[in-house]
Ligand binder design. Sequence first.
Ligand SMILES: NC(=O)c1ccc[n+]([C@@H]2O[C@H](COP(=O)([O-])OP(=O)(O)OC[C@H]3O[C@@H](n4cnc5c(N)ncnc54)[C@H](O)[C@@H]3O)[C@@H](O)[C@H]2O)c1
Length: 272
Amino acid sequence: MADERERWALILGASSGFGEATALALAADGYQIAGVHLDRRSGMAHVEEIRARIAALGREAHFFNVNAADDVQRANVLAALRERFERSEAAGRHSYIRVLLHSLAFGTLKPYLAADAADAISRKNMEMTLDVMAHSLVYWTQDLVRGGFIERGSRIYAMTSEGSSRVVGSYGAVSAAKAALESHCRQLAMELARRGIGATCNAIRAGVTVTHALMQIPERDELMEVARRRNPHGRLTTTEDVARAIVTLSRDGTEWMTGNVLGIDGGEFVTG
Ligand SMILES: NC(=O)c1ccc[n+]([C@@H]2O[C@H](COP(=O)([O-])OP(=O)(O)OC[C@H]3O[C@@H](n4cnc5c(N)ncnc54)[C@H](O)[C@@H]3O)[C@@H](O)[C@H]2O)c1
């Protein structure tokens, strides 16, 4: 049976990296795009470029420059989306969020232990990293389900990494966030299924990929060198590798795939 509903993708982290590539790939596949991002004024020209590329594909692009971990901002974004969905409804089209992608990179890279307390991770650093990079997935999903945005066929994805189970010097809090994020995906998958909502939730473990976030990690050169050596394809993952996979996974036929950590890394993990 053809899906007559209007498909939307809500991308958290849409202005860069995996979020940007996935927003563009889903727009090319027929989705309207809502993007949440956090950029300074200097980053806004790039956001405008993304919006223009989506518009050139004949799709809508609604971008919100807000902190995705802020409850009030989340409510504002969802109110704006509600208004837009009601306009479709009035025109006889039913809209829903087919894809929610959690692709936020915002964490402290401080070590746990340092001679001077000011150089070590603080409670605030830890809580902010976990809140943005892991727990915000739960709060967005709660509101989207309650608001009726998520329905039969919806797919929820969250970007994880090998850091969920491996140690990298400056990656302590992000590592903890990735472990929590994968756990949240399993829990959401189970609760969505038990409630008969018809939506799935999976974590996506991308290989090492050149993005703004990777370039912030002090150990980036070593990470890239090791990944190139390990990856049986002899190259790093690209944001487009991941975006293409998300487009395909979001088509009909993958409704029984939920609660997984899906590797999209060209075999990097298993060759490690
Ligand atoms: N790059 C890699 O090698 C790699 C590998 C595996 C997983 N990941 C994960 O993929 C996700 C995306 O990372 P990326 O590499 O594409 O990074 P990126 O820096 O290119 O993009 C991050 C996006 O998040 C947005 N953002 C950050 N904090 C925000 C906040 N508080 N509120 C709203 N938006 C916010 C930014 O505006 C940007 O759009 C991260 O969770 C990262 O850990 C990255």
